[in-house]
Ligand binder design. Structure first.
Ligand SMILES: Cc1ncc(COP(=O)(O)O)c(C=O)c1O
Length: 447
């Protein structure tokens, strides 16, 4: 770790604190306390943790908010377990995070119905069109990922109307949207648009420490006692007071000093403008052209998605930018690299990114080519593989690990996904199709 840090590489990836000391309280180690008198208990809070949860609920406009010390993953699993049962159908997005499948394995959900998000002209995963849900069952549980990893937001208001007309429950995986309600320049949070449960990773897009997330509930359709019980089940009884204490410190700073977000938005707008030349260059900032199409209602301007318009691979480009310009990206797949920004970014960091993209783009100019074919990365299948058993039923079978070449035709016992972003090409219980990109050496299958 120290060897890496000594290189001085600037982080355009999570966690959102970007190692900026401004958001870390002094004497952080002193915060590593436990459930001694006055320090409250996360699983059943009545003191300082409850005060913080109430302050968060107040700010975000929730009925109640719960700290998650095990990331959004814990919140997603707990939500599915709390609201799903054999009589209610779960509509699960095919761009759902791996934790969604774990939730299905642990909950009493019977057969999930997968919903395919739209795909953009470039082959990126877009949003969920509300009319995809027109025929959902009465009492449906609908899960939507919004924003996506790339920052694409679905029309949650319309989706919520459709779900509630059927007396259903809408869970929004807003893992990448914890910062939305801090400024009007970002999309409106699902919590304001009718979602019943919203799960946000504060460590991804706010300056929180790794693991910290929050589950918000705003609904009389959700059994809050059941939800609390499952949250207790998914979380440790020894939560880190350093993580919770820093969250408290950082949120209070942002709430008391709105100018911190104002400055970030100014810097971000300037950077986006500087990166948008209007001409096609070897590395182009992209994304906004998709708003209003492909189920994409809005985008998060904090995510900088670059498209490579040369024959070079994004991984190759990201490696060069890391080695020569000292910039680390969040993700590089196919023809795209993704930079995550946050309120903790510095002017120096933004300058470095602008300089690196600009000068390396010029170096690559002779390689510029017209990639007419779809260039996105296929993190979701075009056709959902045939389901042989539900994710939960896979737990009743013995499994074995086999080599990738032998996998087609076998039933997956695990989620087969590229990480990041952790979206399943094949879900547990599905028959592994031929022709998948080789993303692993071995696969766990049903024996
Ligand atoms: C869309 C989405 N949902 C949920 C998660 C899980 O979040 P966490 O890492 O906070 O558990 C991730 C993590 O990458 C994600 O990208």
């Amino acid at each position: 770790m120290q060897v890496y840090l000594k290189k001085g590489i600037y982080p355009f990836h999570m966690p959102g604190h970007k190692r900026n000391p401004m958001f870390l309280p002094q004497g952080l180690a002193n915060l590593d306390l436990t459930e001694i008198p006055g320090m409250d208990v996360l699983s059943n809070p009545t003191g300082i943790i409850q005060d913080l949860q109430e302050a968060i609920a107040d700010y975000y406009g929730a009925d109640a908010s719960f700290l998650l010390v095990n990331g959004s993953s814990a919140g997603i699993i707990a939500s599915i377990c709390a609201v799903c049962n054999k009589t209610r159908k779960l509509y699960a997005p095919r761009n759902g995070h791996i934790s969604m499948y774990k939730g299905m394995m642990l909950s009493d959900v019977s057969l999930p119905t997968y919903i395919l998000p739209e795909i953009t002209a470039d082959g990126l995963v877009g949003g969920i069109k509300p009319d995809t849900l027109d025929n959902i069952d009465e009492g449906a549980i609908v899960l939507v990922v919004s924003p996506t990893y790339e920052g694409f937001v679905s029309d949650i208001k319309e989706i919520a109307k459709i779900v509630h007309k059927k007396n259903g429950i809408l869970i929004v995986d807003e893992a990448h949207g914890a910062h939305f309600c801090f400024h009007d320049a970002f999309p409106v949070s699902a919590l304001e648009l009718g979602a019943d449960i919203v799960v946000q990773s504060f460590h991804k897009t706010l300056p929180a420490l790794g693991q910290m997330a929050v589950l918000h509930v705003k609904s009389n359709r959700v059994d809050k006692t059941m939800l609390k019980m499952f949250l207790q089940t998914m979380q440790t009884t020894s939560p880190s007071y350093m993580l919770m204490g820093q969250l408290d410190y950082m949120l209070k700073m942002l709430w008391n000093r709105p100018e911190i977000f104002e400055k970030y938005i100014e810097r971000l707008k300037r950077l986006r403008m500087a990166l948008t030349s209007g001409d096609k260059t070897a590395i182009n900032l992209t994304g906004t052209e998709n708003v209003g199409k492909h189920g994409i209602f809005d985008i998060d301007i904090g995510k900088l998605l670059f498209r490579i318009n040369t024959n070079k691979d994004a991984k190759e480009i990201a490696k060069i930018l890391s080695e020569q310009y000292l910039i680390e990206f969040e993700m590089s797949i196919g023809k795209y690299v993704l930079a995550m920004t946050s309120v903790a970014d510095t002017d120096e960091g933004f300058w470095r990114l602008w300089g690196a993209i600009g000068s390396y783009s010029i170096k690559l100019e002779s390689d510029l080519c017209d990639l007419k074919q779809e260039t996105g990365y296929h993190t979701i299948p075009n056709v959902i593989p045939k389901m042989a058993m539900t994710p939960r039923q896979t737990l009743n079978h013995k499994t074995e690990t086999i080599s990738w070449e032998k996998a087609p035709g076998r039933i997956a016992a695990e989620t087969i996904a590229m990480y990041p972003p952790g979206i399943a090409l094949v879900a547990p219980g599905e028959i592994i199709p031929e022709g998948l990109p080789e993303i692993a050496q071995y696969v766990q299958v049903i024996k």
